[in-house]
Design a protein around this ligand. Structure first.
Ligand code: TYM
Length: 332
């Protein structure tokens, strides 16, 4: 059976890019695939996290999954650290992956900052843990935003090398990235050339999944744009990153194509387009934010769902880690 696995870090400021690029795409896959959606708390601690905040953020991401429409009766929702098989496989894969491969990972370069000597070892080996998240379930499909492309290529390289090294061609299936479609790369509202991110110091750069309606409207109103009206054809957006981003957000939220949006708004200025976008964003996001608030206030309920999800996930991962240990030559 096709099996999907994906994860989100519980590191605060969950935003529209996380929703449109990932979480929203998880929902229909729970009907067509066996689905596992985790909250990657072990990835979060590759940079220091306040323990109390980490607990709250973990509940918040679980609440976002549920509020977006992921059904715990269909998909396993769990936190990564509750399934120790991830860490077990990560160690084995650390011994398969090569230093040179990890040295080429752009996220480490971005996140480690200037002084690489001070970055945690975990941050360096982060993509290997991500490969373990996927391969420990023999997941076949991984829905993610565009920024995770390089990590998924690495996961495929690690799977290939493991299969070769241990002489078992189909031991790990090569996971297919699912990146296509509108919303795969949502950009900052302040700069159309950098992606919307949890770590941008400006809160105006992103629409938060817990933002209230008036905050959403204000951020869209203040979004950077150019003075030209919208074009009627997609080519007209080529050198206009901010306009392109807002059209893309409208398209992703409404389920239309960029072309449809431009057919409707071509020739109109941002004085017309921004209020329409704000109205659409509030209509789509306010109910999710409301549900997230309700669920985060009932942490016991959410934690119960995570426990059940972890049990389901362990039932899948357990036999695969046993087989992996045998393949490597561990006595089991
Ligand atoms: P994270 O927590 O940074 O982001 C969660 C998901 O949101 C997507 N995303 C975006 N999509 C579109 N536009 C944006 N501006 C944007 N920003 C973020 C990300 O691509 C991601 O899909 N390494 C992963 C978490 C992870 C994982 C995994 C994912 C750990 N193990 C296994 C898949 C499978 C990360 O940091 O995502």
């Amino acid at each position: 059976t096709p099996r999907v696995l994906s994860g989100v870090q519980p590191t605060g400021n969950l935003h529209l890019g996380n929703y449109l690029g990932a979480i929203r795409k998880f929902v229909p896959l729970q009907d067509s695939h066996e689905a596992l959606y985790c909250i990657v708390d072990m990835h979060a601690i590759t940079v220091w996290q306040d323990p109390k905040e980490l607990r709250n953020q973990t509940v918040q991401i679980a609440a976002a999954y549920l509020a977006a429409g992921i059904d715990p009766a269909k998909a396993a929702i769990f936190n990564q650290s509750a399934v120790p098989e991830h860490a077990q496989l990560a160690w084995i894969l650390n011994c398969v992956a090569r230093m040179g491969w990890l040295n080429r990972m752009t996220q480490f370069k971005d996140k480690a900052g200037k002084d690489k000597e001070k970055a945690s070892v975990g941050l360096f080996t982060y993509p290997v843990l991500m490969a373990a998240d996927i391969l420990v379930y023999r997941a076949t499909h991984v829905p993610v935003g565009d920024d995770q492309k390089q990590h998924l290529e690495l996961a495929r390289d690690i799977a290939t090398k493991f299969n070769n090294d241990f002489g078992a061609e189909d031991f790990f299936p090569l996971p297919e990235p699912m990146i296509q479609g509108p919303g795969a790369r949502i950009m900052s509202l302040r700069d159309g050339t950098s992606k919307m991110s949890k770590s941008d110091p400006s809160d105006l750069s992103r629409i938060g999944m817990m933002d209230y309606a008036d905050t959403i409207s204000k951020k869209i109103k203040k979004a950077k744009t150019d003075p030209e009206p919208l074009p009627s054809e997609k080519d007209g957006l080529a050198d206009r990153p901010e306009a392109k981003n807002l059209v893309g957000i409208y398209a992703a939220l409404s389920g239309k194509s960029d072309e449809d949006v431009l057919a409707e708004f071509g020739g109109q200025g941002f004085g017309v387009f921004k209020p329409a976008l704000a109205e659409l964003a509030v209509e789509k996001l306010a109910p999710i934010a409301g549900e997230m608030r309700r669920l985060t206030a009932d942490a016991d309920y959410v934690e119960g769902i995570l426990r059940d999800g972890a049990a389901k996930a362990r039932a899948v991962a357990g036999p695969i880690i046993e087989e992996t240990k045998k393949a490597v030559g561990f006595l089991v």
